[in-house]
Design a protein around this ligand. Structure first.
Ligand code: SAH
Ligand code: TYD
Length: 405
């Protein structure tokens, strides 16, 4: 039986996706000769309520000099992080004497706002290619993995942080205790640690199983984060639900007893208990619900193929690697995936080897059906494509269930 990464108790997996490749390993045909895979299972620890991947690939397999995810590809997310940064400045009264640290700053989508406002900041970003883009924006970046040791070296060189921020990164890191020890050390007495990640409650309610892939070691809830913070003499003082990434939660953590705990925390924990996130039964039908989506989507794709329809996909997301590999979607069902990210273009999708083509070719391909892998950006994308998709062309979505729009 696997051991919980947080409390070391044994737990049982509740869904098994089988062998999976690295979700962001878009590559050329030659590079795919020896594709790395790992066994992807997810379990729930009854003792500390943490939902987690049973096995994780080594971090260097995922985050390196050629990392394929550039945060700034979505205009919506650029605005999201601008609003996020400004809300932190207001909450902590930040000025030119303050210090902000972001863990996993990627291409600088969040920190660029502090640079504009002349608030001193530092990014931690181990993937060197995306870190370089952040540096070009005038952001100081350390290209290493954050952990307790790195926190100590930041304190030695800089000062304690008034705000430590992180988005879509915490859930990627298995060694949570070293992270929280580092946060505890680096945080000023009245500092705040604010992070957001895809939310367990949304994943369970919507069966958004494609949030599960190699990088997502944990699916957090207010219940599990409150417990984890407590273990490190920290306290969960606020939670704010976000619509990003198909439903995320922003958690604010402070030194214990220093700041007022918002009603939001109490209310959210009540909601989670109502949803049963603290009970293994909540997870018992998840695998069957995923298989229902798989059966419906495969049936639809086979019918469209038999009717001679042209079906392509939109958005070479990490999430799509779980969908294509678990469902067995090969280029015979989906011709190709169109994407705006240069590093993914003219490569093949991990595992199923579906060609990824530049977005510029999407309109001339003249498809009948477009499977929306980037469903979390549905509003932005459907709006952008509304004229093109108006005549006899249809979107296919599959979260929470298979639908043709
Ligand atoms: N914050 C951005 C990027 C999320 S992608 C956004 O929300 O869009 C996750 C990022 O975390 C990657 O750029 C990856 O290189 C980085 N990362 C992974 N492990 C890390 C660690 N231990 N410390 C700092 N960054 C890490
Ligand atoms: P995203 O859903 O943010 O990430 P994840 O990898 O976490 O599942 O990825 C969005 C992908 O979709 C990214 O490769 C860029 C692409 N994309 C487009 O091609 N066009 C668009 O208009 C948008 C918003 C994204």
């Amino acid at each position: 039986m696997p051991k919980c990464l947080i409390c070391e108790k044994n737990y049982q997996p509740f869904v098994n996706f089988g062998e999976m490749p690295i979700a962001n390993a878009f590559a050329t045909k030659e590079e795919m000769n020896n594709e790395y895979t790992f066994s992807m299972k997810v379990g729930y620890c009854e003792s500390c309520n943490m939902v987690q991947l049973v096995e994780q690939p080594d971090r260097e397999q995922m985050f390196h000099d050629n990392y394929a995810f550039f945060s700034s590809t979505s205009n919506y997310m650029q605005n999201h992080f601008k609003v996020f940064a400004h809300s932190v400045s207001k909450l902590q009264n930040l000025d030119k004497k303050s210090f902000v640290v972001e863990i996993g700053c990627n291409d600088g989508i969040m920190l660029q706002n502090f640079v504009t406002d002349k608030i001193p900041c530092l990014g931690i970003e181990p993937s060197k290619n995306v870190a370089e883009v952040a540096r070009e924006k005038g952001i100081e970046v350390i290209t290493e993995f954050f952990d307790q040791n790195l926190a100590e070296s930041i304190i030695a060189k800089h000062q304690k942080a008034d705000a430590i921020l992180s988005a879509n990164v915490m859930c990627h890191i298995p060694y949570m205790h070293s992270i929280y020890d580092g946060i505890k050390a680096l945080l000023a007495d009245d500092g705040v640690f604010i992070f957001e990640d895809p939310y367990l409650g949304d994943v369970i309610e919507k069966t958004s199983f494609d949030q599960i892939y190699d990088e997502h070691v944990f699916l957090f809830s207010a219940i599990s984060i409150s417990h984890l913070a407590n273990m490190h003499d920290l306290e969960l003082i606020n939670v704010e639900h976000q619509i990003t990434h198909g439903g995320s939660m922003r958690y604010t953590i402070a030194n214990k007893g220093v700041k007022k705990v918002s009603e939001n925390v109490i209310n959210r924990i009540k909601k989670e208990r109502k949803l049963g996130l603290h009970n293994s039964e909540a997870y018992s039908s998840f695998a069957n619900d995923v298989d229902q989506i798989r059966d419906d989507l495969i049936k639809l794709l086979i019918t469209l193929k038999n009717e001679g329809k042209k079906v392509v996909a939109y958005g070479a997301t990490s999430k799509s690697t779980t969908v294509t590999n678990y469902f067995g979607i090969t280029p015979s069902l989906i011709e190709c995936i169109y994407d705006t990210t240069p590093i993914k273009q003219n490569k093949y999708s991990p595992g199923m080897h579906i060609p990824v083509l530049p977005y510029e070719q999407f309109h001339e391909s003249n498809p009948d059906y477009v499977l929306l892998f980037a469903w979390n950006h549905a509003v932005e994308i459907m709006n952008k494509e509304k004229d093109f998709m108006s005549n006899d062309k249809h979107w296919i979505t599959y979260i929470p269930k298979v639908e043709i729009n």
